[in-house]
Design a protein around this ligand. Sequence first.
Ligand code: SF4
Ligand code: SF4
Length: 126
Amino acid sequence: MTNVAIIRCEKNMERCPLTSCFRCLNDKKEGFANYEDCTLTGVFTCKCPGDVAVDLSKILKAKGAETIHFCTCTFAKKTDAGWSAKDGGFCEKIDEILENIHKETGIPCLKGTAHLPKDYKIKTIQ
Ligand code: SF4
Ligand code: SF4
């Protein structure tokens, strides 16, 4: 069983209650398809400019999180043809944020939760 945490973006916090994120985690689909089994340890909301993400991740680690996923909407947008990472999502610094978290906490970090863009291969920074 892997203890998973999710960090979402404040730019979407009043529009989406992470419904598809949670559904995919429960069903081990999309961003969570590589886990044999996983459970949710906690959820935090990142605030711009993103410096807080390292401290949030340290707390998640202390609470038992073994991996941290950033929501798909941080790096992809919904288009008429489905979700696409071509023009990015809410966060221009998402890769840098993930690198910093991994550097400071050692926790594997992943970009993606629900509705992954077509042909997107989820990568773990570890
Ligand atoms: S990835 Fe989708 S379900 Fe998850 S917070 Fe973003 S818009 Fe909502
Ligand atoms: S730094 Fe990025 S992920 Fe964090 S709140 Fe701002 S846009 Fe969202």
